[in-house]
Design a protein around this ligand. Structure first.
Ligand code: IDP
Ligand code: MG
Length: 149
């Protein structure tokens, strides 16, 4: 089963939207496999967002993601990466479809509420960063056969 790493970013935390974000992904049918509340430090932020180092928004991005505690979650399911990103909507909230997290709840690209891994490989790398030393649990959900064919 594919896994994806979701972060409830500081703007969503500050706006009281943590469970709104997680709930939409859970209602989609994705299965929660890991959950943490944590403060991201600069080193962790730079490790996670390494691919964006050198871009004009990088420093602001590090400041943003380290601004307050965040929730990190692992969700599991068939096509979990694509399903989560579809539910999140496009990176730029004004281009995200209505009905998506970013399209319904965000306006600015630098305050887009949620992170979701962009591939299964990225997900495994990111789970390694955010769940190092913490359990990620695969479990049988009684309703799995009704969410997953
Ligand atoms: P993604 O989060 O949809 O995968 P990425 O291109 O990987 O989008 O960018 C990572 C994050 O960096 C975005 O979610 C957003 O918070 C921030 N970001 C990307 N582009 C910009 C920008 O042009 N200005 C400000 N922040 C940006
Ligand atoms: Mg990305």
């Amino acid at each position: 089963m594919e896994r994806t790493l979701i972060l409830v970013k500081p703007d969503a935390m500050q706006r009281g939207l943590a469970f709104e974000v997680l709930g939409r992904l859970e209602r989609r049918g994705l299965k929660l496999a890991g959950l943490r509340l944590l403060q991201v430090d600069e080193a962790m932020a730079k490790r996670h967002y390494g691919e964006h180092e050198g871009k004009p928004f990088f420093e602001g991005l590090v400041e943003y993601i380290t601004a307050c505690p965040i929730v990190a979650a692992v969700f599991e399911g068939p096509d979990a990466v694509a399903a989560a990103r579809q539910t999140m909507g496009s990176t730029k909230p004004t281009e995200a479809a209505p009905g998506t997290i970013r399209g319904d709840l965000g306006i600015e690209i630098g305050r887009n509420l949620v992170h979701g891994s962009d591939s299964a490989e990225s997900a495994e790398r990111e789970i390694g960063i955010f769940f190092e030393g913490h359990p990620v649990t695969t479990w049988e959900r009684g309703t799995d056969a009704w969410a997953f064919e």
